[in-house]
Design a protein around this ligand. Sequence first.
Ligand code: ADP
Length: 232
Amino acid sequence: ILMMRKETPDIVKNYVEKINIAGNHLLELVNTILDFAKLEAGKIEMKPQRVNIKEILQEVYSIILPLVQQKGLTFEYPKESSFTIYADPKLIKEVFLNLLSNAVKFTPSGGKVWIDINFSKEENAYVFSVCDTGIGIKREDIPKIFSPFTQLENPMQKSTKGTGLGLAITKRIVELHKGKIWVQSEYGKGTCFFFSIPVTKEIEYFEVVISQSGFAKNILILEDYSFDIQLF
Ligand code: ADP
């Protein structure tokens, strides 16, 4: 209200703006702590559904892009990937956003952040990775980072905001989906976080997307069980 009123002097508007920023920051902190408490208490309601990874990545991209641009980083993700996973879209977005916001936070300007997708036959799971060319994590620190309230000593820690809860929350969400999370990092070079989301019996179909400009005329699909094929 103060911001909107014409008679508020500019100097006061300046202070109000600061109160607003601090208020939003506090709200973020409270929400993170509440999320963690709910997960710990087993009170997070997971609503898994069939969801296309393309939709998730597009949303994540639009949220993270301003942060990436602000910091002068480049960001890449597999835009063409289109397949179904069985997961809670809100929670999976949170996993991507937690990992990406760390990647952005701990990568100096001019660096690169990217997402990759692979499939693990042994685990029958999709494996997603969020990587950066940032400051990296020392080998001896790696076992600590998934513990709640852990923040490592590093040159960028003081200038960044955080609670040390992001990775603890992320790990719990991945485990709720019966997946795993792990990290590979080289100090001074960069970090890759990996997480897997298993293919479950709920995904009885898969999608093959062929771009219209392609020349494919014949498609051979080999499968070891019978299923319906729908062509659109
Ligand atoms: P925070 O709120 O501090 O980001 P997290 O649980 O998300 O908490 O991360 C814990 C700590 O792990 C961070 O404070 C940072 O020291 C380290 N870390 C996480 N991601 C990265 C990364 N991509 N590169 C370097 N260090 C990282």
